[in-house]
Design a protein around this ligand. Structure first.
Ligand SMILES: Cc1cc2nc3c(=O)[nH]c(=O)nc-3n(C[C@H](O)[C@H](O)[C@H](O)COP(=O)(O)OP(=O)(O)OC[C@H]3O[C@@H](n4cnc5c(N)ncnc54)[C@H](O)[C@@H]3O)c2cc1C
Ligand code: SF4
Length: 327
């Protein structure tokens, strides 16, 4: 690891000022950025520790819930309101990493965690995300765990997190502070970006901007399911994950909010699915059409071909479970 300066920010304004220069990075739970520094994937000159900032609590926000950026994943998953009203979020968090990691991982850090593309984490390999213009080792290389939706010729990496996928289904809002735009709120569905021509840009954070909190909307009715398909039953990132909130009325689907992990550079939310499903009777044919819409244009480039049938089957299984009559 290369030498770096370490500063504890006193408050949000201080943090924003100190992370504004290139080479200065915010750090929270340290479970991702420090690993990347040890591998020399990231070589910050200054680490700005956010630990003293007043962002470590969960509070009622109207009928919704505001989760501070420094709240640990364990605290969020165990919170009584989260367990009662947003079980999807608790389940998604608990499907991620390990208890020890979740005890340290924070809301802000989890949202900003980096891809697990092995070409990104190996500094001997070309990677447009790590070194713009150096090429993409995964395209034409061993790309087994890569994106199949929204890819570009510059990058086919996936966003690896679970928590943000549940937040995308819930339509949570991310609160930002400190950049040129001042205080602003961005839907989590728009927080992460697709790779396009600038794969090193992974979200809408601007220089000096930090996440202060995430707000969950008022609770909704319906079943909440998070299904994560992975290579081991724990301690593994998603090959495909589906977050679903589905409500039924009179035998028809009245609400269907879906988001997907493991398929793209960001938690994937496709509004066409809700349009297609709502108002319909649940049938295998309908679920198959939904999968068709979701995966229309999927480009697996060989190694990740298996994700297409896997996503189709996982979506069908989740929708079947969510709509089955349990009376
Ligand atoms: C072995 C292993 C397995 C894992 N498995 C999973 C898994 O299955 N699912 C899953 O979702 N995650 C998994 N993780 C990832 C883990 O959840 C993340 O490392 C963690 O959530 C990052 O949070 P942190 O607070 O430690 O971030 P840090 O490492 O402190 O920071 C990560 C990034 O976030 C930025 N950042 C932090 N806080 C803020 C803020 N408030 N505003 C702006 N930027 C900020 C930092 O600058 C940095 O770029 C795994 C990690 C490991 C090491
Ligand atoms: S897929 Fe993206 S992260 Fe992976 S090597 Fe290519 S450019 Fe880098």
């Amino acid at each position: 690891m290369r030498p770096f300066d370490y500063i504890k920010a006193a408050d949000t304004a201080d943090a924003a000022e100190r992370i504004s220069p290139a080479g200065a990075w915010a750090i929270a739970g340290r479970t991702n950025l420090l690993d990347l520094m040890k591998l020399q994937v990231e070589t910050p000159e200054v680490l700005v520790d956010l630990g003293r900032l007043d962002m470590a609590s969960i509070a009622e926000d109207g009928a919704g819930l505001r989760i501070g950026a420094l709240v640990t994943n364990t605290a969020t998953a165990n919170h009584a309101r989260v367990r009662a009203d947003y079980p999807l979020l608790a389940r998604a968090i608990l499907a991620g990493a390990t208890q020890q990691l979740r005890n340290k991982a924070t809301t802000g850090g989890n949202l900003c965690q980096r891809t697990r593309c092995t070409y990104f984490t190996n500094i001997d390999q070309p990677c447009n995300k790590r070194v713009p213009g150096s090429g993409c080792g995964a395209i034409g290389g061993v790309a087994r765990l890569h994106a199949i939706l929204g890819t570009s010729e510059q990058c086919i990496a996936t966003y690896p997190g679970d928590m943000a996928v549940a937040m995308a289904a819930l339509d949570a809002q991310v609160h930002l502070q400190g950049g040129a735009a001042g205080e602003r709120t961005v839907p989590v569905r728009d927080f992460h970006t697709l790779p396009g021509e600038t794969p090193w840009q992974e979200n809408v954070l601007q220089a000096g901007e930090i996440i202060t909190a995430v707000t969950l909307p008022p609770p909704v009715t319906g079943r909440q399911i998070y299904r994560k398909v992975r290579e081991r039953s724990s301690y593994a990132f998603a090959l495909v994950s589906v977050a679903a909130i589905v409500a039924m009325e009179g035998g028809r689907i009245a609400r269907a909010d879906l988001a997907f992990g493991g398929l793209a550079h960001k938690p994937w939310h496709d509004p066409r699915l809700s349009d297609l499903l709502v108002g319909e009777m649940p049938t295998p044919a309908l679920f198959d059409t939904a999968a068709h819409v979701l995966l229309d244009g999927a480009d697996a480039r060989g190694g990740s071909d298996f994700k297409i049938p896997l996503a189709r089957r996982t979506l069908a299984a989740v929708l079947t479970e969510a709509t089955e009559d349990r009376t």
